[in-house]
Design a protein around this ligand. Structure first.
Ligand SMILES: C[S@@+](CC[C@H](N)C(=O)[O-])C[C@H]1O[C@@H](n2cnc3c(N)ncnc32)[C@H](O)[C@@H]1O
Length: 367
């Protein structure tokens, strides 16, 4: 039976007709492939089976978001928490399957929760160069009576190489922050910040604590019913930092398709694997929608904006492309009390359209 949803609920779903139609476009591997065979493919298969047919060393970046070591029902595919050693063995098998696909200068990001991190960190250290652990403050977690609320996730930043021959585009992932202490130099000029009509900002270097990203929420167009969907803004940071335009990104557990959608929006090649056919269809539908809306919420004009910056994003975009008098202001989405829809630009017809965000890296070509 179909779920009843609030009128402003924008969660993406697929009807049974859509599933029938979209599933025709999914791939399944049964013989060795070349990188060109995989471009923009969503492979509906068990990763351990699909990996046997993947080419070696094709991926510039792997985004690895496997089931964490806890009970999770992925719409019928139930993952049960395992004993410590058993999970470690399972994670080792995942690395065995996917790491051969990584280029020698490639990067892997691995998502986990704090408990899973204790199991996987030593395994990652044995096989890769672990360069950092990003802590993402998710802004949503279940309150606990006898413990601290679990409100964070880890993202391990690893490279195959132990040298400096890996990609890190720091300028592509800067954060635009309001200046709290507007220091000036001896001539009275702003020190490391910009003075504007709409406020004072500083472009800050990205740190390993991410507090500017909410999980996808029912009022956001990117939201699906996937139980562990990653936000586009989060994946956009990983993709922009660790791949060049045109680079090949591989997501072995693609779920609702966030990596694929972000790669399409940011001009990267991609391939994803997912065991659940309905999830794969959500990916296909989301990919189709990027033609109408290539924006990434919270990322505009080549910078990532902090939470609660909607008004500032709007006014900057309005300065760049003034709205005609007949165009009304956009709907404001409130996410856990934070509002951060992307900037607006005039739309050809109907409501104002989301502005196409311009990544900071050169030669962007939208696929
Ligand atoms: C943590 S979720 C990934 C969520 C994803 N990053 C997103 O943004 O939607 C893990 C996904 O892996 C899928 N999965 C689990 N085991 C799998 C396997 N052996 N082969 C392929 N997919 C698998 C699950 O169905 C689930 O969608």
């Amino acid at each position: 039976m179909e779920k009843q949803r609030a009128p402003r609920n924008r969660t993406l779903t697929c009807s049974s007709e859509e599933i029938e139609c979209l599933s025709q476009g999914l791939a399944k591997l049964d013989k060795p492939t070349a990188p060109g065979d995989l471009e923009a493919k969503i492979i509906n298969q068990d990763i351990f089976e699909a990996a046997r047919y993947l080419p070696k060393a094709f991926a510039d970046l792997i985004i690895l978001d496997p089931p964490y070591n806890l009970f999770k029902n992925f719409h019928g595919h139930v993952f049960k928490g395992k004993e410590k050693d058993e999970y470690a063995e399972y994670f080792g098998m995942i690395l065995d399957a996917v790491l051969p696909t990584l280029k020698p200068e490639g990067t892997v990001y691995v998502c986990s929760d704090w408990k899973t991190s204790m199991r996987i960190a030593p395994i990652l250290e044995d096989r890769l160069c672990v360069r950092n652990r990003i802590t993402w403050e998710r802004e949503k977690g279940r309150g606990a009576k006898t413990n601290w609320k679990n409100n964070t996730e880890d993202i391990w930043f690893c490279t195959k190489s132990h040298g400096d021959d890996y990609v890190f585009n720091v300028n592509a992932v800067k954060l635009k922050r309001k200046v709290i202490a507007p220091y000036r130099d001896t001539e009275g000029k702003p020190k490391d910040w910009d003075e504007g009509e709409d406020g004072n900002y500083r472009l800050t270097h990205p740190s390993n604590i991410w507090t500017d990203i909410t999980i996808p929420f029912w009022s956001m167009p990117e939201n699906t019913d996937h139980p562990t969907q990653k936000p586009e803004k989060l994946i956009a940071k990983l993709v922009l930092a660790s791949s060049h335009a045109g680079g090949f990104v591989f997501d072995p557990f693609i779920g609702s398709g966030t990596t694929a959608v972000v790669c399409k929006k940011l001009g990267r090649r991609f391939v994803g694997v997912e065991q659940n056919t309905e999830y794969c269809c959500w990916v296909m539908k989301r990919l189709g929608m990027t033609d109408q809306d290539p924006s990434i919420q919270g990322y505009a004009d080549g910078v990532f904006w902090e939470r609660n910056s909607l008004a500032d994003q709007k006014s900057e975009a309005t300065k760049a492309a003034p709205l005609p008098a007949h165009v009304s202001t956009p709907e404001i989405e409130t996410v856990n009390g934070h509002s951060e829809p992307p900037a607006v630009a005039p739309r050809r017809r109907g409501r104002p359209r989301l502005v196409k965000s311009q990544p900071a890296d050169a030669n962007l070509s939208l696929l």
